[in-house]
Design a protein around this ligand. Sequence first.
Ligand code: TRP
Length: 78
Amino acid sequence: MEKKPVQNTDYVVIKAIEDGVNVIGLTRGTDTRFHHSEKLDQGEVMIAQFTEHTSAIKIRGKAEILTAYGEVSSEKKQ
Ligand code: TRP
């Protein structure tokens, strides 16, 4: 039988506060690995969803992140 795709309407908004912020998508399923890395420069915004292929999103660098759960900032490693 065909697997029903995950239907998700929530978005995650990521705004880069510095150059070189990385938005990394991690795979869904038993194998958790990076499948996509997007580099954002200061002021750039990425709007993304969790999908059939993406179960987690890792953000490296200083960014503002808006989700349905609220707002959070990632920090640059000191
Ligand atoms: N092809 C990926 C997917 O459909 C694209 C993607 C969606 C993505 N959300 C993401 C990549 C979040 C990185 C981070 O799952």
